[in-house]
Design a protein around this ligand. Structure first.
Ligand SMILES: CC(C)(COP(=O)(O)OP(=O)(O)OC[C@H]1O[C@@H](n2cnc3c(N)ncnc32)[C@H](O)[C@@H]1OP(=O)(O)O)[C@@H](O)C(=O)NCCC(=O)NCCS
Length: 160
């Protein structure tokens, strides 16, 4: 799915370019729409990987956020998102502004995880995305586990 929108002056930061939080919201909206449709019901954002902003987005630019399911597990999915812009004042190739990977978990009425459908991989590209998503998942879970273990060891607990 691709969501497109014109960026408004109300979304600008003190420098006059678009505030990163607004781009993150557009990314979360697109990824969430894809996850909800794939899960055939509500899915909540569980995690968002590091997101790098490559170039500024300007007021008037048209932001396109392309989101797709890369991987599906038992109740979670990874959605890959690529954000690009058409500059408002020139006809040229789209500019890549950011890439992000988000994890969504399908939930029932009580907010508990529920199963998602199996992801059908149709192309070589799908297979590659799936394999790379598996690597990211291993890293996410390992990092979460290592932080938990470190807190248990220190006995400090606490918030990040
Ligand atoms: C997301 C949420 C439903 C997970 O609940 P939970 O009881 O921790 O779920 P579980 O430990 O059973 O894990 C469920 C699945 O999510 C995955 N998961 C949960 N947290 C994750 C994280 N931080 N990173 C990656 N995967 C995660 C698990 O690996 C598991 O995947 P699988 O079923 O495909 O194997 C719960 O933490 C929640 O409701 N969080 C708030 C979500 C929210 O409100 N988001 C909006 C933005 S604030």
């Amino acid at each position: 799915m691709t969501l497109s929108q014109v960026m408004n002056a109300t979304e600008a930061n003190l420098l006059g370019t678009i505030h990163g939080g607004n781009i993150m919201k557009a990314v979360d909206d697109a990824a969430g729409s894809v996850a909800n449709r794939f899960a055939k019901g509500p899915a909540v954002t569980a995690a968002m990987d590091e997101m790098t902003f490559l170039v500024p987005v300007r007021v008037g630019d048209i932001l396109h956020v392309d989101a797709r399911v890369n991987w599906a597990g038992h109740s979670s999915v990874e959605v890959g998102v690529r954000a690009e812009v058409d500059r408002w004042d020139e006809v040229s190739e789209r500019t890549h502004v950011a890439t992000a990977y988000l994890v969504f978990v399908a939930v029932d009425e009580d907010g508990s995880p529920r199963p998602v459908p199996e992801l059908e991989l149709e192309s070589e590209e799908d297979q590659r995305r799936f394999r790379e998503a598996q690597i990211r998942r291993r890293h996410r879970l390992a990092r979460r586990e290592a932080i938990r273990a470190s807190r248990d060891e220190s006995g400090e607990g606490g918030e990040p």
